[in-house]
Design a protein around this ligand. Structure first.
Ligand code: DC
Length: 230
């Protein structure tokens, strides 16, 4: 059982660039406070993955918007991940190729607008949601927003350490790839990656993940959003 109890319907936004550790931190925090965690990157990844398999061009806004309409009835986005036609496809969505394609489809406003309603609807019951535009666009009224960062070198090193086990690319190649993805996510016109004015920034470059979670718990407790379970 979690040590902490969250107030009813609490939503917490965690945004940040690729490799900043949002996913890991969101899961640990969710465990501590007993809230479900929803990874919004998976939504863009599933659109990208289906577009790749159906050879839909990644800049064809109209075709991709149509594809999202079809997907909304055949995907199930849950705390366990994304189910497509009844099968949990989350692991397949984690590849670098799909991540890169996701960053491209995510730059299209037609795609983002179609996914917005689904994200808001699922957040209603309370959750921790991680992504790029949660504090700014998806849940602008969230009572707690965090912006997690780390230096590009450290983010690349973390990603490279994961990929290395699968015989992946060199560290330098991962740095270059991350820089490109950062640029695309930050410079897109619609809902770019940026910090909400009322978000608390945590730079995790030299922090342990436990310390990041502790800092977040401290903020939530001070704001009266969580309390120790009796
Ligand atoms: O967090 P991730 O690597 O799974 O996200 C994949 C891509 O999706 C990322 O390049 C940016 C995009 N994304 C987004 O634009 N908005 C979100 N809320 C989540 C992800």
């Amino acid at each position: 059982m979690s040590e902490w109890q969250a107030i009813s319907g609490l939503s917490i936004a965690i945004d940040g660039p690729s490799g900043s550790g949002k996913g890991t931190v969101a899961k640990m925090l969710a465990n501590e406070v007993g809230l479900p965690v929803l990874d919004t990157g998976l939504l863009y990844r599933v659109v990208a993955s289906v577009a790749l398999s159906r050879t839909v061009a990644l800049d064809d806004s109209k075709a991709l918007a149509g594809l999202v309409d079809g997907l909304l009835t055949s995907i199930d986005w849950t705390v366990e991940g994304i189910f497509f036609e009844g099968e949990n496809v989350t692991a397949d969505l984690r590849s670098e190729q799909v991540g890169e394609a996701a960053s491209r489809v995510a730059s299209l406003s037609a795609v983002r607008e179609k996914l917005l309603g689904l994200q808001r609807q699922l957040a209603q019951a309370g959750c921790i949601m991680d992504g790029r535009d949660i504090g700014t666009v998806v849940l602008p009224d969230a009572p707690a927003k965090f912006f997690l960062t780390a230096s590009v070198r450290e983010r690349a090193r973390r990603r490279w350490a994961q990929l290395k086990d699968d015989g992946g690319s060199s560290l330098e190649a991962v740095v270059d790839e991350l820089k490109m993805r950062d640029q695309r996510d930050r410079e897109r016109q619609h809902a770019p990656l940026c910090q909400a004015e009322d978000a608390i920034t945590i730079d995790s470059t030299t922090m342990r993940v436990d310390d990041v979670v502790d800092r977040m718990l401290g903020v939530l407790e001070r704001r009266g959003l969580i309390q120790l379970s009796s």
